[in-house]
Design a protein around this ligand. Sequence first.
Ligand SMILES: [Zn+2]
Length: 352
Amino acid sequence: MNYTITEDFTGGNITVVEISETKAEVRINYRDSEPWCYWAFKVSGASGKTITFNFGEDAVGYCGAAVSHDLKNWHWSHPDDYRDDEKDRESFTYTFADGEDEVYFAHNMLYNPSDFENVDFMEKYILCNDFGDIPVPMATMGEGEDVILMTARHHACEAPANYVLEGCLKELFENSIEGYKIIAVPFVDMKGVVCGDQGKGRKPHDHNRDYNEESLYPTVGAIKELLNNENVKYVFDFHSPCHLGSGNDSTSLVNAYECLKDEMLRLSKLFASEMTDDCFKFRDGRITWRDEPLKGTFSAYSGGLGKVDFVCTIENPYFGEPGNIMTQQNYLETGRAFGRAMKKFIETKSEM
Ligand SMILES: [Zn+2]
């Protein structure tokens, strides 16, 4: 065998069981997390071969694997072959062209810390150090007493959320909201993102269940401090939902505060009205209502402080649905639409 499969890169996650000329048995490396769906690996030296990668469970999205040659630009391996059947999604087959020597495959289109260099219009800081002394980036822009706080990757595997966050920040840089400072923490589970951990469902609990009196994770402690020290008025937390299926295939807003219902409906309308042909579509009313905030979550903690006016989670699917398939570009555009909606949402409220 003269090809190799490794998880040895930022975001990498795989266990190799057995490889042959035409087939590779691989498994998701769940590490310290409950089974979910995240994997990413690099294949080297397979040029000219056709190989089926089999996971032994439903692990592949509707349009196959996310494929990249540089960890920057991603496309789907089977964009025209929408897989409806769970059994179809246990494996994917890829033909390596001659000279195609290094290929990255992943569950979803990765967004690594180096991609946040695209956000070069914000001031960058270190929020804190994560385990292993890995610096956790934070970025700010705008002047104002009041703060809009945006976060992503409370769950390390939820990379698509970062494209939407990036688009949103770009939009708000070009069309700022007067009187507000924006603070972004793009990789809350930074060590998990770097190491290729799934993060979601970590034991004993993950980063988005760590907003308790005592926090396990340094970044969560630092965000709690930030929430207490800054005059945070709005909180937007970017996530991706479950692997796929039903409500997990479309962008949705999530809220658990009855008192914010009218405001959520207003944001939903504004967001839907900002959709363009280039966006991954959000439809008005796609809102998940929770009876009450889930204990230990970022939204429960920030909403419970009494000084934050509005808290919302935005779920961004890994793959999408027929006619509305996720790409890096349409996610950036959706982020821009969300930024325009956010600006109108906050400015019209300020006038009320
Ligand atoms: Zn999440």
